[in-house]
Unconditional design. Structure first.
Length: 380
């Protein structure tokens, strides 16, 4: 057996090939053999999207989750019982779910936790329902959801809540007109209804813009009559290029983005420095004094060489919530007992981050905002 390194960095993780490695969550942590048998310990699978457009989201989210699972392995939260965390990679843009579903039918797999990105999480939820697999789908990065089914247990505020929060903040400071910028026709189809309903509730006028090519061209198309505040619906790479187009304009504009945008690497991807970007987040600020955030910072610093980010904090919270419910199960940890435990949808306090399910099966309405200033600093 091979011992997991105590400070596994993203670069060394990629060299080890984390798609096929497994860390047992019981001290000492070890890498399991790739072949499995009937005597295998209970396993938690994490679906990670390898699509190029989603890598900035998926990698950070996974790093946060991995940090939490490795830290969990040094504790005795399961009272001597062993659980395995394993990564399964999928490409949400060209998915073939037959192999993944065959993998998930293995009875040693007791839950899927922290599926990321949005596309991968949404497709997995649909396939699990269609296949009628009695498998808990826990804390996915599934923001495009209004009602959860009996297998899905979201813990982050959905996109409608993010949009409502962002637009309410704007209405409170006297903004009456906003631009809704859809990075593509696909994004327009996904987000238009949510934007329209949220804006109508706040009596805001919406002017829509849709990209069909280079997002820089979309930014350059803004005229003197275009709104000063733009709500951007798309990913981090598209937003970076959109701000480059806006930089050619003489009028100062502000961009509001949702939780899929990674503010920490936006500048690295070439975002124009003169455009302030406000980001909605479904987790606390990474410098918060909330106990779970302090634990996250300490774990990330101890195990990785990665900077903090809202997305890796989300991955950390996804893993911590899964662990907390697993630790509360009694007797044998199998997929039936785990699914039953999650289906109770009991309120949970994860070091100050509360999960409390409503009648729709949604676990949180928590949304906050931070801004990437023209100097490149993130402020809350």
């Amino acid at each position: 057996m091979m011992i997991c390194p105590p400070a596994l960095t993203r670069r060394s993780a990629l060299r080890l090939g984390l798609a096929s490695t497994t860390c047992l969550l019981a001290a000492p942590a070890v890498l399991a053999q790739s072949s499995r048998s009937k005597s295998d310990p209970p396993t938690v699978i994490q679906i990670v999207d390898t699509a190029i457009s989603q890598q900035d989201v998926a990698k950070d989210f996974f790093i946060g989750s991995l940090a939490a699972w490795q830290d969990f392995g040094s504790q005795d939260s399961l009272r001597g019982r062993t659980v395995v965390h394993r990564k399964l990679e999928m490409d949400s843009t060209a998915p073939d779910w037959r192999a993944a579903l065959a993998e998930l039918r293995d009875p040693s797999i007791v839950a899927v936790s922290g599926s990321v990105s949005e596309g991968a999480a949404r497709q997995l939820a649909q396939h699990l329902a269609a296949a009628k697999l009695p498998l808990a789908h826990v804390a996915p990065w599934l923001q495009d959801i209004d009602h959860a089914d009996e297998r899905t247990f979201p813990i982050f505020a959905n996109r409608q809540m993010q949009i409502r929060h962002a637009l309410k903040s704007l209405s409170l400071v006297g903004v009456r007109e906003i631009g809704a910028v859809f990075a593509s026709a696909r994004d327009r189809g996904l987000y238009k209804e949510s934007v329209t309903s949220a804006a109508a509730a706040l009596q805001l006028q919406v002017v829509g813009f849709e990209g069909n090519g280079d997002p820089r061209d979309l930014g350059r198309q803004m005229s003197a009559k275009s709104p000063v505040v733009m709500l951007f619906l798309g990913g981090t790479p598209e937003l970076a290029r959109f701000t480059q187009g806006l930089a050619d304009q003489t009028r100062q504009r502000y961009v509001v983005a949702l939780a899929d945008v990674n503010l920490q690497i936006l500048r690295q991807m070439g975002a124009a420095p003169g455009i302030p970007v406000i980001g909605a987040q479904v987790v606390p600020l990474t410098r918060s004094q909330m106990p779970v955030v302090q634990a996250y910072r300490g774990t990330l610093a101890r195990l990785f060489d990665e900077p903090t980010s809202s997305l890796s904090l989300a991955g950390y919270l996804a893993a911590r919530y899964t662990q907390q419910v697993l630790a509360g199960t009694t007797g044998t940890i199998d997929r039936a007992s785990v699914l039953a435990a999650f289906q109770q949808r009991q309120a949970a306090d994860i070091g100050g981050f509360r999960v409390s399910y409503d009648a729709r099966g949604l676990g949180s309405t928590y949304v906050t905002q931070s801004m990437l200033t023209v100097e490149g600093r993130e402020v809350g």
